[in-house]
Design a protein around this ligand. Structure first.
Ligand SMILES: C[S@@+](CC[C@H](N)C(=O)[O-])C[C@H]1O[C@@H](n2cnc3c(N)ncnc32)[C@H](O)[C@@H]1O
Length: 244
């Protein structure tokens, strides 16, 4: 049985969530820039049906439609106020559409040429059900980003932010870091033809937020590269392309 999970608790923190996600449009994130580079050869000049699964305020569709103006984008998210915001942000752009919906309940079968699932898997209880749903609706490629550890260990992490109102509801959010080899094995098992991973190395410094808040900051290593962290969690990002 599929495990249903409500990512946000009603409208608590609504304004905070919208404000945090709106920043992604005002200032393009380094990882979003890297996705654009990786995905461009697959979408530029083409006319595709693209699903933005768990789209938030739809910033990924908003950026990618400029690279692939002939493609049709559908953003689906379970949080109604984010879909309202996405619709406002993308108002007037004909090939972008947004719907409230649960990715685990989609009725489509192999409808989309490509699916994007951006910065979401690590914030869910686990990835198996959602990936099966994405495989069911996608014909050719899935692009996703999440936190992955290179060894055969999963880290299932629940983060309680005690100064946040929602922390009273049990826990605030997951920050899971998944075993990459185990994840890869799973996607081959459910039918992937090929899987390619791209590590994400940030090239600029991010300041540490106040101690009681989660939020990505960087630590400079001796070899000049930067390690990303949020609170006590290492943000070991990978961008992954799954060919079906
Ligand atoms: C960490 S946010 C990422 C949002 C967006 N992709 C981004 O990059 O900003 C995860 C999003 O997934 C949505 N979500 C979680 N589970 C879902 C599900 N089963 N179906 C649809 N949306 C879901 C939440 O409402 C939330 O907007």
């Amino acid at each position: 049985m599929k495990q249903k999970y409500n990512y946000f608790h009603g409208n608590s923190n609504k304004n905070f969530v919208i404000d945090s996600m709106s920043k992604y449009i005002i200032q393009k994130q380094e990882m979003d820039k890297q996705l654009e580079k990786i995905i461009s050869p697959f979408i530029k000049g083409r006319s595709l049906d693209i699903l933005d699964a768990c789209c938030g305020i739809g910033h990924i569709s908003y950026f990618l439609h400029r690279i692939s103006p002939k493609s049709k984008f559908l953003g689906i998210d379970q949080t109604p106020y984010l879909i309202d915001e996405a619709t406002k942000v993308c108002n007037g752009i004909k090939n972008l559409r947004f719907e409230v919906g649960d990715i685990l309940d989609m009725k489509y079968k192999k409808k989309f040429d490509m699916t994007i699932n951006w910065k979401t898997l690590s914030w869910l209880p686990y990835y198996t059900d959602i990936l099966k749903s994405l495989f069911k609706v996608t014909k050719s490629h899935i692009f996703l980003s999440s936190l992955f550890y290179d060894g055969n260990i999963d880290f299932e992490i629940k983060v309680h932010e005690f100064k946040k109102r929602t922390s009273k509801l049990g826990f605030t959010s997951y920050y899971n870091v998944y075993s990459y080899p185990h994840f890869e094995e799973f996607v081959y098992e459910i039918g992937a033809k090929n899987v390619k991973s791209y590590d994400f190395h940030i090239k600029k410094d991010l300041q540490k937020p106040p101690r009681d808040q989660m939020g990505t900051y960087t630590l400079l290593l001796k070899n000049g590269s930067r390690l990303q962290a949020s609170g006590a969690v290492l943000m070991l990002w990978k961008i992954i392309r799954i060919d079906l």
